[in-house]
Design a protein around this ligand. Structure first.
Ligand code: ZN
Length: 323
């Protein structure tokens, strides 16, 4: 785990926000979606700044990216692919989706939703974390299937999503963004039936990044879950953005330390960031008296601290470069 956490300090999410490689192809370098080697590969990509061909192919290969959807909590299902998450929360008044994946994985997202008993047309809200293609690239197709769903993002998040979609126009990986819908700000809440999602503006990964806090159930137990909207520093423009990221991380760390009602669950936007797939395997074999493997406040606190240490190093680099 230590090595994983050290790697987290580097630019582990560097692919997030970049148009990944060319065409889907044969290579399947990460059978079974193991977190540590994937994280290492992203770390090395982050150092070089150049995406290795086979990584780009892997990101865009639906077969290689397939992982079984799974029930994370009584009311929460993972419906994403190996490298990027989508979560669906079943509230008493209909399902809520968090993030939308990207092509060519939207068919899989739709199949996963059906598999966990969610008809896309029943979606009430789609909460989006930030404007990079891997989180909002699927929004347009979902909107077509979910006419009554409201799409949610921060003011800057919408602007960033529109800009990143525009940048792909005329390229082989062009995607379009849905029209602006609900604009949320820090402290806003979205209540759907028995479940309230609280919005945190957590600038850093992008300026418009939103994170979401909401309750999850495991039998009689209730936990507070959190989705950190952006985890890496690959889209950094200046030291001010890194400072914002550090402040956001401190703020989330305080939620994990909060009493009562600490955040104890990190429903990540990238499974390899915190060993999600391995935790899911433990969930599958969990005995009745064993603790829930995704209820891990210490692991979440460590992840946040490690991200912050990496950001503090990056801040020095940005300052020295006069940015
Ligand atoms: Zn991103």
């Amino acid at each position: 785990m230590r090595r994983i956490r050290q790697a987290l300090a580097a630019a582990a999410w560097s692919a997030c926000g970049l148009a990944a490689g060319a065409s889907p192809a044969l290579a399947q370098p990460f059978d079974g979606c193991p977190s540590a080697p994937i994280l290492e590969r992203f770390e090395s990509f982050g150092r070089s700044g150049r995406m290795p061909m086979e990584l780009g192919r892997w990101l865009n290969d639906p077969k290689a990216q397939y992982i079984e959807p799974f029930r994370a909590f009584d009311d929460v299902f993972f419906v994403g692919v190996c490298w990027v998450s989508a979560w669906v929360v079943r509230t008493s008044a209909g399902p809520v989706l968090i993030d939308t994946l990207h092509e060519p994985h939207v068919d899989q997202l739709l199949a996963n939703l059906k598999r966990v008993g969610v008809d896309p047309s029943a979606l009430r809200y789609v909460l989006m974390t930030h404007g990079h293609f891997d989180h909002v690239g699927g929004a347009a197709r979902i909107r077509a299937l979910a006419p009554s769903a409201r799409f949610v993002m921060t003011r800057r998040g919408w602007d960033e999503a529109m800009a990143s979609a525009r940048q792909t126009a005329g390229t082989p990986r062009a995607w379009s963004m849905v029209d602006e819908d609900v604009v949320v700000a820090d402290g806003d809440t979205v209540t759907v039936g028995d479940t309230t999602f609280r919005v945190y503006e957590t600038p850093g990964h992008t300026f418009g990044t939103a994170s979401y806090e909401f309750p999850v159930r495991d039998g009689a137990a209730r936990h507070v879950a959190f989705t950190v909207g952006g985890l890496g520093l690959n889209a950094i423009q200046n030291s001010g953005q890194v400072e914002a990221f550090i402040a956001s991380l401190r703020r989330i760390e305080a939620l994990v330390a909060r009493r009562p009602d600490p955040v104890t669950v990190h429903l990540t936007t990238h499974p390899f960031s915190n060993g999600l797939i391995e935790a899911a395997a433990r969930l599958g074999t969990r005995g009745a008296s064993q603790p829930h493997p995704l209820v891990d406040p210490e692991g979440f606190a460590n992840q946040l601290r490690t991200l912050r240490a990496g950001a503090e190093e990056r801040l020095e680099v940005e300052r020295k470069a006069g940015r």
